[in-house]
Design a protein around this ligand. Structure first.
Ligand SMILES: [Fe+2]
Length: 191
């Protein structure tokens, strides 16, 4: 059986002279509407442990007065998903100019079985789930957290050789962008 591409770098294999090596996600942070609601979702439905929490009245970087709680859920690789609760009951506001499916956070699971397990738990808690969608090189499910953040759970399914091929083709794919934009303009103009 071909070796699957489980978090093995293909394009980013060597340090670049003069650049710091950025090797992974430390944390991703977002605003939440309510810490209890967010904790319920991430701890009880997705199964992530609360790993750290701080409370500040002033923003450390700017000293602005804005009391908040900042709390962190730990992923299995030691990275974190973090949230700010500004205790004003206001959450993230979606940008109406951006389609709902564009901005999202994709998290990795080890297997298609894990995707199914997560989906089952989400459905038990009446969370709408889209998928399992087969992207050919990974499979995914999609859903929204209580803050309106679109989340994806993804499981890699392609052999390393396929990922090397994708790496080799990436510049070529992007090189077609300008021509595609011109074609879209013509389509829009009905030409
Ligand atoms: Fe995605």
């Amino acid at each position: 059986m071909a070796e699957l591409s489980l978090r093995q770098p293909v394009a980013n294999t060597a340090p670049r002279e003069g650049y710091a090596r950025i090797h992974g996600l430390h944390h991703w942070a977002f605003r939440c509407r309510d810490a209890d609601e967010t904790r319920h979702f991430y701890e009880e439905i997705l199964g992530l442990p609360l790993a750290a929490a701080v409370q500040h009245d002033r923003v450390p970087s700017t000293q602005e007065y804005c009391p908040y709680y900042h709390f962190f859920f730990e992923l299995a690789d030691g990275s974190y998903l973090a949230f700010f609760d500004l205790m004003d009951g206001k959450g993230y506001t979606h940008d109406p100019a951006t389609p709902d499916w564009v901005n999202h956070l994709a998290l990795e699971v080890d297997s298609v079985e894990a995707l199914e397990t997560a989906k089952k738990k989400l459905l038990e808690h009446k969370v709408d789930v889209l998928g399992v969608i087969d992207h050919k090189w990974f499979k995914s499910i999609y859903f929204f957290d209580p803050n309106g953040i679109r989340l994806e759970l993804a499981c890699r399914t392609a052999p390393i050789a396929d990922m090397k091929q994708k790496y080799e083709n990436a510049e070529k794919v992007m090189a077609g962008r300008k021509a595609r934009m011109e074609q879209m303009k013509r389509e829009k103009a009905g030409k």
